[in-house]
Write a protein that binds this ligand. Structure first.
Ligand code: HEM
Length: 418
């Protein structure tokens, strides 16, 4: 039984609610109060223990045997009608939700197909995709960065990387959105939404199966071919078609929504800090470290789940085996014990790389080099093409898409000189 002493401290008369739209924008007053008074607290609506301090998060990530990832992907809204959409079983057995040794096997394979060489070779292509998207809006002098750019760029990049035709990008984007909507911690879906979502997922799963079989028969120089033709030590194919489809589905969804949410958050953070924004405009060599600091300051992945495999004491709380944790990366990377003035953006911050935007340990983001490259190239291209980039004077009030895992902005209206 939980007591009031186990809950997040109340701030300004309000309890902590990570699905509240206002708190999605700024959960930090609650999280800082928790870091001070109740570093691990119980979240009643979600039946999870939220971990807020840097050192406790490190302790969790270091010990995958005690803190299992098996519930990281929890497709809570997958009812019987949606089960048909997944003939190979619900897609929650993906890389991010596996523990060793199953995780080790798949991660080693994925890593081979996802080499830094493969990623870095994409820079020119990513830049060309950025330019093409900006071409569509540059003359208008304004855009919604979410719909016009961020919802399109990462998914186009992944579509190319996987080796699928670019026309598939909008459907892949929807697939990423759908996967986030199915997750525990997303707002509730009504029957009509669930039915529409199920139909889309069925269509995409069967398209992906055909695509993988086609690459098995006729390999090309792409991620899908690399995965389907990867061999284990005995020379046999290392992944089945179903496993390859799941892996591609994972890369598509993990690689699009997270980055799509991050790019507008990064740009918004910068234009709201004009002095630092001017420094970046004047000196492009600051772009890389600026991306790192915005990842720390406004990451798009707020927290992930871990589940205890045995009784354990964490942050002064005794947790039983089977307790679900909400490991709050966004809180930990603003822990004042580790980062000076953590709520301030400081593009010159020392030790910024200690952030958790890409997690740490065995589940460190597989796509981190790609995400960093996309953010860097996107920022460089926006700076180059859209002089005087700023928030649009007549923008509507800000609205968020609340989510425990990856909250994002609904839109970001910008304007520039043209
Ligand atoms: C700004 C963008 C991104 C952010 C903030 C982000 C964040 C994260 C985080 C925090 C984790 C660790 C989850 C955990 O601790 O359980 C993770 C894992 C992962 N990410 Fe990313 N990610 C981003 C972009 C990408 C991209 C572009 C891809 C793929 C192309 C990708 C693929 C993955 C995969 C496959 C995993 C699971 C790794 C494993 O379990 O071994 N991510 N990501």
């Amino acid at each position: 039984m939980t007591t009031a002493e186990q809950l997040c401290p109340v701030v300004h008369g309000k309890t902590f609610d990570p699905l509240d739209a206002e708190q999605s924008a700024n959960p930090f007053p609650w999280l800082h109060a928790a870091q001070e008074q109740r570093p691990v607290f119980y979240l009643p609506g979600h039946d999870m223990w939220c971990v807020t301090r840097y050192d406790d998060v490190v302790a969790v990530l270091r010990d995958a045997a005690t803190y299992s990832s098996r519930k990281v992907i929890r497709l809570a809204q997958l009812g019987p009608e949606l089960a048909d959409a997944f003939p190979d079983g619900p897609p929650d057995e993906v890389l991010v939700s596996l523990d060793p040794p199953a995780h080790t096997r798949l991660r080693t394979l994925a890593q081979k197909a996802f080499t830094p060489k493969l990623i870095n070779a994409r820079e020119d292509e990513i830049r060309a995709l950025c330019h093409a998207l900006i071409d569509e809006v540059a003359g208008a002098g304004r855009c919604d960065l979410v719909a016009d750019f961020a919802d399109r760029l990462p998914v186009q990049v992944i579509t190319r990387l996987v080796g699928a035709p670019l026309e598939k990008a909008p459907a892949f984007h929807q697939w990423g959105v759908d996967r986030v909507l199915l997750q525990r911690g997303a707002p509730h879906l009504d029957d009509a939404e669930r039915a529409a979502l199920g139909a889309r997922v069925v269509e995409m799963s069967s398209w992906l199966r055909e695509f993988v079989e086609e690459r098995r028969a006729r390999p090309r120089d792409d991620l899908a071919s690399a995965l389907v033709h990867a061999t284990s030590d005995n020379g046999h194919p290392a992944l089945s078609t179903a496993e390859t489809v799941t892996m591609i589905g994972t890369v598509l969804s993990a690689g699009s929504t997270t980055t799509a949410h991050f790019i507008p958050l990064m740009v918004r953070d910068l234009v709201r800090h004009p002095e630092q924004w001017q420094q970046v405009l004047a000196d492009r060599s600051l772009v890389k470290r600026t991306v790192e600091e915005t990842l720390r300051h406004v990451t798009s992945v707020h927290g992930v789940t871990r589940t205890t495999t045995k009784p354990v004491r964490l942050g002064g709380i005794d947790l039983p085996a089977g307790a679900d944790l909400y490991v709050h990366y966004a809180a930990a990377q603003r822990d004042p014990r580790v980062f000076e003035q953590p709520d301030e953006l400081d593009i010159h911050r020392a030790g910024v790389n200690r952030h958790f935007a890409f997690g740490r340990g065995i589940h460190t983001c597989l796509g981190a080099p790609l995400a960093r490259l996309e953010a860097k190239v996107a920022l460089e291209t926006l700076i180059e093409r859209l002089p005087g980039l700023r928030l649009a004077a007549d923008r509507p009030p800000e609205r968020w898409l609340p989510n425990l895992l990856t909250p994002g902005l609904e839109r970001l209206d910008l304007e520039w000189e043209h």
